[in-house]
Each structure stands twice: as C-alpha cells, then as structure tokens.
Design a protein around this ligand. Structure first.
Ligand SMILES: Nc1ncnc2c1ncn2[C@@H]1O[C@H](COP(=O)(O)OP(=O)(O)OP(=O)(O)O)[C@@H](O)[C@H]1O
Ligand SMILES: [Mg+2]
Length: 252
C-alpha cells in the first residue's frame, strides 16, 4: 500500500474507533453518575459508623476509577469538553515538575529545560496536566531502575505549505512540550500501535493503554499534534505541539 493510502486508512480507523469509544464512554459516564449519586445518598442516610460503609467505600472508589477511565476515552475520541484558557506553559510545567516529583518518586528526578519567552497557549489546563502527567509516568515506567526525565518546552514554526514532519499542523507557531527519557525505548514495529486505545505492554492492573490515546486526543482537539521519537533500548521523546495563542498587539 502507498504511504498516503496507509495514512488515510489509519485516519479512518481512528475515526471509527473514536466514534465508537466516544459514544460508549459518554453513555457509560451517565451510568456511573447514577451509581455515584446513589452511593452518596446512601452514605448520607446510614450515618458514619454503619458497617455497610465498608462496602460502599470501595464501590465509590471503583465508580471514580471508572469515571477517570471514561474521561480518558472521551479525550481520545475528542469529545471531552475543553475549557481553554490562555496559559503560560513554562509556568504550568514548573508547577507540574514539583508536583509530579512526588508521584514519580526519588529515583526519577525531573530536569526542566524550558525555552524562555514562549508565547502563551489557549489550552484546557486540567487536560494538559493530565496529558503531561501520563507522559511522565510512561517515562518513569520505561526506566524501572531509575533515571532522569527531562521536561522541556520549545517554540516550533510550521512554514507556509506545512512541513512533512508535522503533517497534521497548519502553518503557524506552536509551543512544543517534550518529555524525554533514557529508558527502554519503543521497538519500530510498535511505534504506531502505542497510540491505539488499550494498547499496553504493561502487566494487567498496571496499564490500561489509554495514556497516549488520551494525550493524542487532547493534542488534536486543541489544534495540535503529538509526535514520538524513540530508539529501542535508547530512550524516548514524546512531544505535544500546541498552537501558540495570537500575541496581543503592542500597546499604542
Ligand atoms: N516513554 C516510553 N518508553 C517506552 N515505552 C513507552 C513509553 N511511553 C509509552 N510506551 C509504550 O506504549 C504503551 C502505551 O502507552 P500508554 O500510555 O498509552 O498506556 P500504558 O502506559 O500502557 O497504560 P496507562 O497509560 O493507561 O496507564 C506502553 O504500554 C509502552 O509499551
Ligand atoms: Mg501510560
């Protein structure tokens, strides 16, 4: 098959998968809301020391994990409503680095490599942070015996006519957020597959295979793209490219 045909097929496949999972996630989310609400009401009705609370608590936790899962699916299907706010990406990454340090543990320090004077981006901060956190966790998991993770930012300009390396992007300026590790890398034959929802190489219970799907959906829905550079055995860089917000005109 020609590369262009293959790309088209891939896009169609993702579209169909997106519609399916998006529709399912949406209905599923409504069901979970009913479950959570009723559990909350039941909790209020029985008082603090009722033995049935021991049964209700894990049920509530499961419903909330289910809600997190459907949220990732909705992101993948680009049906997560985004609340875009003009944001200073470097500031967000700085905050995230210190917050994530705790989640990742001491064996995976985060090094910041921020480009100064970045233009702002109009993004949904919650979704952005969730996408970056997913990438950081992937990097941690790729270095089981520890290692440094670099969280970087940069400015990328797509020239008029586009660029082959970033085929989804229209001309303009983009802020790139890169998560780089020196971990196990991704073998060439899996580099497309890892973006599919539910594709995971992690043991049951440790990965759902939704991190990269979620991040991809978020990037596309924000008008950007996600890219992957990886060398088997030599580390991985995943980049989120997000459109730079128009800089406000200089004061007269
Ligand atoms: N930085 C990385 N280095 C090596 N392999 C990676 C990296 N990031 C992702 N992968 C591979 O891609 C697969 C899919 O990643 P993805 O984040 O979508 O799901 P997951 O991490 O397996 O599960 P989840 O994110 O839902 O907990 C991973 O199982 C892993 O094989
Ligand atoms: Mg992941």
């Amino acid at each position: 098959m020609r590369a262009a045909d293959e790309r088209l097929l891939e896009t169609e496949k993702f579209k169909a998968l997106g519609q399916l999972t998006g529709g399912l996630a949406h209905d599923f989310n409504n069901l979970l809301t009913v479950i959570s609400l009723n559990l909350e009401i039941a909790t209020d009705m029985i008082g603090d020391d009722h033995p049935v609370l021991d049964l209700i608590e894990p049920a509530m936790k499961a419903a909330s994990s289910g809600a997190q899962l459907t949220s990732s699916l909705l992101s993948f299907a680009r049906r997560q409503p985004l609340v875009a706010r003009t944001s200073d990406i470097n500031a967000l990454l700085g905050e995230m680095a210190s917050l994530a340090a705790r989640t990742l543990g001491g064996r995976h320090p985060i090094r910041l490599a921020l480009r100064p004077d970045l233009p702002p981006c109009a993004i949904d901060r919650v979704q952005f942070e969730s996408a970056v956190l997913n990438l950081l966790i992937n990097s941690r998991d790729a270095m089981p015996s520890g290692g440094e993770i670099t969280l970087g930012s940069d400015l990328v300009t797509v020239p008029a006519g586009g660029t082959a390396a970033l085929p989804d992007l229209s001309p303009g300026r983009y802020v790139s957020v890169a998560v780089t590790d020196t971990g196990m890398g991704i073998p060439a034959e899996l580099r497309e597959k890892v973006f599919e929802p539910f594709f995971t190489t992690k043991p049951v219970g440790q990965g759902t295979g939704l991190g990269l799907s979620m991040a991809t959906g978020f990037a596309r829905q924000s008008g950007g793209q996600i890219t992957l550079d990886s060398v088997a055995g030599g580390g991985t860089t995943v980049r989120l490219l997000l459109p730079a917000a128009a800089t406000p005109p200089a004061a007269p």
